[in-house]
Write a protein that binds this ligand. Structure first.
Ligand code: 5AD
Ligand code: SF4
Length: 427
């Protein structure tokens, strides 16, 4: 989402005559687009800002801006403790950027706008994308779910969706610009609702865009996955059989405390339906360990759900208390030592599942979209399967952006290795 938002900001500034560069030392204006999801993300921003402050000492005219979620949640802290920050701008205020830059030039004072909006979806603004395979397209913003651990509803405000027409024309433009794949983004993509048109309607309209080779989305909420949605994914070849389905915990007691609004049984049933309706589907997840009050029994239940579903991959996190959220107020916080220990256990467990899932591909033929040259071997391509697994294979006569049938021959670590089975076909 931050990459996508940065592309929006870049497009806004380009219209004002700014040019983007990759070298912070030579920049006149430096923006840090920030994330507040865990303390670690914030720590990275603090250290980056410290470095940029040093750059500014050598070049006092440099303007430093903090954008996004941390601007929203930590504006007082930033203004008080980082006087060298000139602009603080929340995720609904990007349109104000040119105005604030001009104002800063005149009065040299810190400019702040962190007003959240019920309506802003930047529908008419097309992001400025670097050439590549995948185009991120934001379809909705904000979140109304209020999971008790999560800062997002506070930093990004209420749910709102872009128009279907706006999204369709952005996808058409992305295809025209040479992108093979589109990934739809939203804090809760399947809460999408524009004039009563829900996510499956949008997905179907986009799957029909001529020339779109691959369509993905992230992240859905397990509560809102419907059989209708899975049927549409099954009906269109260009909608990838891959779902990121955040579990968070496998204990019903903890799920309730997290305000996740589903049970572990419900979750396992959805995973089953996904694998039934979408053959070969890749299922990835997010898991938090050490949520306040998580007992050994709760933790074991999380591992049981992992065993049951056999996720293809997982992002695993230690619970990080976020100021202002309900869970941060709970008294039964878990020690760092226990969190670390549990994290290490689920990382190991997931690794074994990833290996098993990957081995089940050996002997199968997968359609692979070629994305880049393999880092380790210039004679090989690297591409992804529909289910989102990396495959390495000899280049033969195929080219980047081709979709080629690859026979999977072996699986090593998290990567598959194979061989193109017939003449490369540009899909
Ligand atoms: N601590 C740890 N992980 C968190 N996530 C969200 N908030 C927190 C938190 N306070 C994780 C969830 C979510 C992913 C994007 O980040 O697993 O799905
Ligand atoms: Fe955060 Fe929950 Fe909303 Fe996801 S659904 S953004 S975890 S509050």
């Amino acid at each position: 989402m931050n990459v996508s938002d940065s592309e929006l900001v870049e497009s806004l500034l380009k219209k004002e005559g700014y040019e983007s560069i990759n070298d912070p030392d030579n920049a006149d204006v430096l923006f840090v687009n920030t994330c507040s999801i865990r303390e670690h993300a914030e720590d990275k921003v603090h250290s980056l800002l410290g470095r940029y402050n040093l750059l500014k000492k050598n070049k006092p005219s440099m303007i430093i801006g903090v954008l996004g979620c941390m601007a929203q949640s930590l504006k007082h802290d930033i203004l008080e403790n980082r006087p060298y920050v000139d602009i603080v701008l929340g995720p609904d205020s990007y349109r104000k950027l040119p105005e604030l830059l001009n104002r800063h030039e005149v009065n040299k004072k810190s400019q702040v706008d962190t007003q959240l909006s019920k309506y802003e979806v930047y529908d008419d603004l097309f992001p400025s994308r670097k050439e590549g395979i995948n185009a991120w397209i934001t379809i909705m913003r904000g979140c109304d779910k209020f999971c008790s651990f999560c800062i997002v509803p506070f930093t990004r405000g209420r749910e709102r969706s872009r128009s279907i027409d706006g999204i369709v024309s952005e996808v058409e433009n992305a295809v025209k610009d040479g992108f093979s794949e589109v990934t739809l983004l939203g804090q809760n993509v399947n809460s999408y609702n524009y004039d009563g048109n829900k996510f499956p309607v949008l997905l179907e309209s986009l799957a029909q865009v001529t020339g779109l080779k691959r369509l993905r989305y992230t992240s859905p909420h397990p509560k809102d996955i419907t059989i209708g949605l899975l049927d549409i994914m099954n009906r269109y070849d260009n909608i990838c059989n891959s779902i990121h389905l955040p579990l968070q915990s496998g204990s019903d007691r903890i799920l309730k405390r997290m305000n996740r609004t589903y049970t572990s049984d419900h979750f396992v049933n959805i995973a089953r339906s996904i694998r039934e309706i979408l053959p070969n589907a890749g299922i990835s997840t997010d898991i938090i360990v050490g949520f306040p009050g998580e007992s050994d029994k709760d933790f074991v239940e999380t591992m049981s759900v992992m065993e049951e579903v056999n996720f293809d991959s997982a992002f695993t996190f230690k619970y990080s208390p976020r100021k202002g959220t309900k869970a941060a107020e709970y008294e039964d916080q878990i020690s760092e030592e226990v969190k670390q220990n549990r994290l290490e256990q689920i990382i190991l467990l997931q690794k074994s599942h990833t290996i098993l899932r990957n081995q089940s591909y050996i002997g199968k033929i997968e359609n692979v979209l070629i994305e880049k040259q393999s880092k380790r071997n210039s004679g090989k391509w690297a591409g992804r399967t529909e289910s989102n697994k990396w495959v390495i294979f000899d280049k033969e006569h195929a080219n980047i952006k081709d979709i080629v049938p690859v026979l999977i021959m072996k699986s090593r670590d998290i990567t598959l290795h194979g061989k193109i089975i017939n003449k490369a076909k540009a899909a």
